[in-house]
Design a binder for this molecule. Structure first.
Ligand code: SF4
Length: 228
């Protein structure tokens, strides 16, 4: 769904033929209208992830990598694919059809006007789904202070093609803080490990791959390697 934004309308269609292409391109971003689906558990926290403000994302249509202006909550892809986690490829059907989010309800590949108008409006963020008096916010702010994307991007820019020096050490500190924080929170709180990509955004080592960084695990730590 997300990657289909910006595609030209499919001129050969006039109705949905359930080809599954939009669901295979990825799950939708959520909007305020979808809040009830999250609150009711129709969209459990374990099925969602956050793309944080400033996070670099690839626009496959424009061929660019651009930092996000504002935070987005999306439905996760199924493991090892881009397809929405709720897409049943055998049946070519949505497994939560009656509870599908608003982007899915308005998506028409042959007429993209409605979804383009909706796309950036009233986006759901963590502020809407994590109560303001939750102790989690202290951890989220601490994570943002240590692993905010403004700092990540600045360090990567200054790193250039060299994988050495103070900037590299700072970057690896951030990657490892993100790496250790998640299991620690899962162990010491009632938050499930599967919910952490919503709480802290997707793992930092995954998010920085789009910047061309090669991150490997060595002795249980993340290390950044020179590009091959
Ligand atoms: S929620 Fe359902 S309709 Fe929406 S992208 Fe996922 S599988 Fe497709």
């Amino acid at each position: 769904m997300y990657n289909s934004m910006g595609s030209a309308p499919n001129q050969t269609r006039t109705e949905c033929i359930r080809c599954g292409t939009c669901c295979e391109k990825g799950g939708p971003a959520l909007h305020l209208e979808d809040l009830e689906l999250v609150v009711s558990g129709a969209l459990p926290a374990s099925s969602l992830y956050t793309l944080r403000s400033g996070e670099p994302v690839r626009d496959d249509v424009a061929g660019t990598v651009t930092p996000l202006e504002d935070e987005i909550i999306k439905i996760k892809p199924a493991r090892g694919t881009q397809a929405c986690i709720f897409y049943d490829s055998t049946l070519k059907a949505c497994s939560i059809y009656k509870s599908r989010p608003v982007e899915c309800r308005v998506m028409k590949c042959w007429d993209t006007g409605e979804i383009e108008a909706l796309y950036s409006a009233d986006r759901l963020t963590r502020r809407h789904v994590i109560p303001s008096d939750s102790g989690l916010w202290k951890l989220i702010h601490a994570h943002e202070d240590r692993c905010g994307f403004a700092r990540v991007l600045s360090l990567v820019r200054e790193l250039g093609s060299r994988a050495e020096g103070e900037n590299l050490e700072s970057l690896m500190d951030m990657l490892n803080y993100d790496l250790y924080l998640r299991p620690m929170v899962a162990e010491k709180t009632s938050i499930g490990a599967e919910d952490l990509d919503l709480v802290f955004g997707r793992p930092l080592h995954e998010a920085v791959k789009v910047l061309g960084l090669r991150v490997e695990v060595e002795d249980g730590r993340h290390v950044v390697r020179p590009k091959a």
